[in-house]
Design a protein around this ligand. Sequence first.
Ligand SMILES: [Zn+2]
Length: 254
Amino acid sequence: MKIVYIEDFLDRYPANPVENPDRVRLPALELREAGYEFIKPAPATLEDISKVHGREHIDCVLASGHYAAASRAAGGAIAAAELAVQGSPAFALIRPPGHHASYNRAWGMCYFNSMAIAIKKVRLKAERALIIDIDLHFGDGTVSIFRGDDKVKIVNPGSVDLDYSYLGMDCTGYLGQIEKAMEGFEFDIIGVSAGFDTYEEDWGGLLRLEDYKDIGELIRRGSENCGGRRFAILEGGYHPDLRLCVKSFVEGFH
Ligand SMILES: [Zn+2]
C-alpha cells in the first residue's frame, strides 16, 4: 500500500477556506507515522488532461490561476492508478478535489477531473473500470465524462440509492450499497473517489470512523476479482477529523 503525496499539494491557491492545505497535511502526518511508504507524483501533462477536458475549459483553469494545483492533483491520481495497475494498491492524498469537473465545466472547488484523467491514462492496461464515489456529493463530473461508456461503471452510494430510500439510509445500508456496487459488472480496476464529507461530524452526518475501515475492506475484498488492482484518491471531506477518516479507510483498503 503506497501513499501518493508531495509537499506541493500544500500550496495555497484561491479556494473556499474549507478547502485548505491542512486537508492533506494532517492526514499525511498521520499516515507517515503509521509507517506507510510515500511516493512523489509528477503533475499530469497537458496531453493527459486533454483526454478528458476541452481546450476552452483548460484555458479557463489557466486564466483562473488553478492550473498548477489542478494538474498536480491529477498527476497524483495518475500515479495511484499506475501503481494499482502494477499490483500495488495506492491512496493519492491530493487536493483540489475533481469529481465535479466535466468536459468543459467545473464547480464545487474542482477544476480537473483527476479520477477520469487517471482512468483514461491506464485504459490500455485496465480497460473496464469500476468507480466507487463515496463522497457525500454526487460525482456529476465523472458521470458526465464517462456517459455512454459501457466499459465504465460508476456508483455513488448514499447519493444515489437503488431503492430511493437514501434519506432513511443508515451505516449498514450504506455498506450494503458498496457491496452491491461490485456486483453484476466485470472490471479490471477499481478507482475510489474517496470523499469523507459523509462522516458523522461532517456535512453528511452519517458514517463513523469504523465505517470507513469497513468500506476500505469491502472494496479490497471486491478487488480480488480484478487481481487486487485498486486505488483511491481524496475528494471532499472538511472536518478536522479528516486525518482519522483517511487513516481508517486506508487501514481497511491496504
Ligand atoms: Zn463532497
